[in-house]
Unconditional design. Structure first.
Length: 221
């Protein structure tokens, strides 16, 4: 084993890690936003909205992420062509980001829904007694408390998404793992680069998990 070639390849690996982190951050932000909307729909008294959100969550939680990434890679350009009537070029990054947001929203929805249901119902009644509308109750009273309770779970799901970004190799996007693999193949040292990539993923995920546990204990206090 010779790891001496890894140091000269660091600039390229850093670009791949930047792509991985960019996908993760944007995927989490979009997934939480869409997941919160889906959670509110599932908790709605409107049976149609609740059923639609339930079907969405159950569907995306029943199929593998790899299939979603591949499907959106081919579906997004097709849908844009059907809407605009023109061939709109869509890169691998955009299609992967859409796939991550749509897929992770199903999981974030259940986290947000559980967080909202963990808030005592008296909070909503007290807010409504003060003259607040349903939207104001959720925005000013319920959701701030719910997000505080579910922050560790949201971060834990973010760590899972960080690991899942490695699946973008299927559409040729140069994330950290794909960058390490391609440079290892070029240099003729694939094993060393893959071992290094595995150590990086393990280190980042392990450290982040420990920080999440500390945060969970602190929020519990």
């Amino acid at each position: 084993m010779d790891f001496s070639a890894i140091l000269p390849a660091m600039p390229g690996l850093a670009e791949g890690m930047l792509m991985t982190l960019k996908l993760m951050v944007l995927g989490v932000l979009g997934g939480v936003a869409l997941g919160t909307l889906l959670a509110l729909m599932r908790l709605s008294h409107n049976p149609m909205l609740a059923r639609l959100a339930g079907l969405y969550v159950n569907y995306f939680r029943s199929i593998p992420l790899l299939l979603v990434i591949t499907w959106f890679y081919f579906a997004v350009p097709f849908l844009l062509r059907a809407i605009t009537g023109e061939d709109t070029p869509v890169g691998a990054f955009t299609s992967c980001l859409v796939a991550f947001v749509m897929f992770e929203a199903a999981y974030f929805c259940e986290i947000v829904r559980a967080g909202i249901q963990a808030i005592p119902k008296g909070q909503m009644g007290a807010a409504q007694a003060l003259g607040m509308s349903y939207g104001q109750c959720m925005r000013l009273v319920i959701l701030p408390q719910a997000f505080r309770k579910m922050t560790p779970l949201l971060l834990q799901q973010s760590i899972i998404l960080f690991q899942d970004t490695s699946l973008v190799y299927t559409v040729g996007l140069m994330d950290f793992l794909n960058s390490a693999r391609s440079r290892g193949d070029i240099i003729g040292q694939p094993h060393e680069f893959l071992i290094f990539a595995g150590l990086v993923y393990f280190s980042v995920s392990f450290i982040a998990s420990q920080l999440v546990k500390l945060l969970q204990k602190r929020l519990a206090v």
